[in-house]
Design a protein around this ligand. Sequence first.
Ligand SMILES: *Cc1c(COP(=O)(O)O)cnc(C)c1O
Length: 370
Amino acid sequence: MLIDLSIDLDALRDNYRRIRQFCGPGVRVLAVVKADAYGHGLVPVSRALVAEGVDYLGVATVSEARSLRQAGIKTPILLLLGIVPHEAAVMVQQDLEVVLYRRDVAEALASQARQQGKVVPVHLKVDTGMGRLGLAVEETIPFLDWLKGFSELRVMGLISHFAVADLEDKTYTRQQLSRFETLLREARHCGWPLPLSHIANSAACLELRETHLAMIRPGIMLYGSSPAPERRPPVALRPVMALRTEILQLKRLPPGSSISYGCTYITTSDCVLAVLPIGYCNGYSRHLSNCGQVLIRGQRAPIRGRVCMNLTMVEVTHLPALREGEVVTLLGADHGDRITADELAAWAGTINYEIHCLLGNSNPRRFSGA
Ligand SMILES: *Cc1c(COP(=O)(O)O)cnc(C)c1O
């Protein structure tokens, strides 16, 4: 096996069902599957969710959307980052929906829609406080008025994104929601029905119900991690990704031996070391040097010295009678203990999202429960 990155599609399905149940039947679900489904595999994850009846899939790029269409997926797909004008032709061909905030893109889309005899659904992006993509709140109604000239574009709704929905203090998030809802009311007053407006990411979905509106956009929680790891989420989530390897070599080192590049770890007594065939080229971050842990037979073993490109060393002096070839768990459960993406993230100084992307996008994946 050497390196085994497994994706448990049963766990994914469970998470989806629990989220759906939590939100109730009136709310649609757009599953965010950008970045290769946060490293979990775009097409297998999307297929599993489509089989569960997901309403929308959200991707970052036209090429991701195309892969989904090529896989035979007919579910509505929303391009969350929008497009640039030269992508309009493919976008319309593939029957995609798009987040819109640029006039030149609207013109390119309308022209393509006319040529191809189609109507393009668009979601107008508003920046309510994220400070990233989107129109300013006060630009939105003028933009909508300008769009009246394009019968080829169908405005489905407004979309916005939260900056700090994962914080326990929801003051800023409530301000963003209130700007969004005020704008929605004004736009509806001007005659735009905007039936599919949405703003809730995982954190907002779990901790601020009034953000659900017509549709939610869960990402991280589908994959079994919490957007706010310091608090227990109201929905039980099952981790989907696990990473295992095996012991490549076991060796004894006398006191005063140095381990790995830079000699950053020196043994102080007799040490049994396990060398593992995994490193930062597999997305196992070099930031884990001298601070990460792995599980062997359900016991913790600490990383000694620097994580290399293809190798990592862990101390197993306290684990008797190990053998080369034994299973090592780097992410996931082993005999009653578990290393979570949150733990790896804390050691590496990042967030669970990045751990999933790094590990998932650097290793071949094995799917179970398909
Ligand atoms: C990535 C993304 C999400 C999902 O966020 P999570 O925190 O993973 O739930 C939702 N909406 C937009 C616009 C995104 O880019």
